[in-house]
Design a protein around this ligand. Structure first.
Ligand SMILES: [Zn+2]
Ligand SMILES: [Zn+2]
Length: 342
């Protein structure tokens, strides 16, 4: 992964006439960059996503906009797919430079203050969740605070526009429609551009990696159930091409949706197998699942995400009646119906 971070960013690219893709760097992250999309209009450009709030990211975005023939001062609006720092963090700085509006789905907008302004109570709830998950006492503090290093890279700002499912954001000359796709975050939005049959998929559907779907205090009762329903929702669109927020653009949205669904089916089987083998805590079950690295190399934020992802599978199965939580510190999970297929 260290090597990946050395790779140059992909170029600023004209995706369609009047539509540009601008890679904006994410520091110390294997994803390396977020793709900001810029729609050209008579009034000025409109952006989908923003980037992290670092000087380097901002300079790269400004330079990318210039390469596409725009000035950051002319940006009219920033449609933010969701409130994760790599998408939302820089939106405030763009607004300061341009007066552009910032748009978010209300289900993400309402999480901002607790997450970025006054996180103490949220951290408390994350701590109790980790104890209930069975995280070892010596790891709790590290895992509990694992998202705090990202905080300086977010300018916490209130959106000017709230976008609901089916809304058509004001981007003159483009036929954009918002699709609410909760799962990766409660207010995640995709945008479909009907004129060019393009799906701007944010982090909801990526070509190679599977988005993190975690159960955590701000996730709602069944984030994985939401995510799987949101996959079916975007598969209903006949997109010629998908423009994701990371990696690279790709075709065959429906094929990718099927692959993601199959992936989670496999994860359910891994959860059942781990419980059958006697692992009863969410933390213990997480240690038995397949990750892209050995468990002992998964640390800090990534480990917390892995436990959250395991818990999202457990909650989904619990609501289906397949597993049961014996609540405690830690909780013990057991199979209800061993013959159950998710
Ligand atoms: Zn995200
Ligand atoms: Zn992202």
């Amino acid at each position: 992964m260290a090597d990946d971070n050395q790779l140059p960013l992909p170029p600023v690219e004209r995706v369609r006439p009047g539509l540009w893709s601008i890679p904006v760097p994410i520091p110390n992250n294997p994803l390396r960059y977020v793709l900001v999309y810029a729609f050209e209009t008579d009034k000025g450009p409109y952006l989908v996503d923003a980037g992290w709030n670092t000087d380097d990211a901002y300079a790269t975005l400004v330079a990318g906009l210039e390469q596409a023939g725009f000035s950051v001062e002319d940006v009219q609006g920033v449609l933010v797919t969701h409130i994760h720092p790599d998408h939302y963090g820089l939106a405030g700085r763009i607004r300061e430079a341009s007066g552009a509006w910032i748009a978010l789905h209300p289900a993400d907008a309402r999480l901002i203050s607790e997450r970025y302004d006054e996180p103490d109570e949220l951290l408390e709830r994350i701590g109790s969740m980790l104890r209930r998950d069975g995280a070892p006492a010596e790891e709790i503090a590290t895992l509990q605070n694992a998202s705090m290093p990202a905080r300086p890279w977010v300018m916490s700002v209130t959106p000017d526009v709230l976008i609901e499912d089916g809304d058509e954001p004001e981007v003159p000359g483009w036929d954009l429609k918002a699709i609410w796709t909760p799962g990766h975050s409660p207010g995640h939005l995709c945008f479909y551009e009907a004129g060019n049959r393009l799906m701007l998929s944010g982090d909801h559907v990526l070509p190679r990696i599977t988005p993190n779907i975690s159960f955590h205090p701000q996730a709602g009762p069944n984030p994985l159930g939401d995510f799987l329903a949101s996959l079916d929702k975007v598969a209903g669109y006949d997109a010629d091409e998908v423009l994701p927020a990371h990696e690279q653009r790709f075709v065959d949205l429906r094929g990718r949706v099927e692959a993601l669904k199959a992936h989670h089916q496999q994860r359910f089987d891994e959860v059942f197998a781990a419980i059958r083998e006697g692992h009863t805590t969410a933390y213990g079950i997480a240690g038995q699942m397949t990750w892209n690295k050995p468990w002992d190399q998964i640390v800090g934020w990534t480990r917390r995400s892995a436990v959250g992802e395991t818990l999202a599978h457990l909650r989904y199965l619990e609501l289906r009646g397949a597993v049961r939580e014996n609540v405690g510190e830690p909780s013990a999970w057991e199979l209800v119906d061993v013959a159950y297929r998710a």
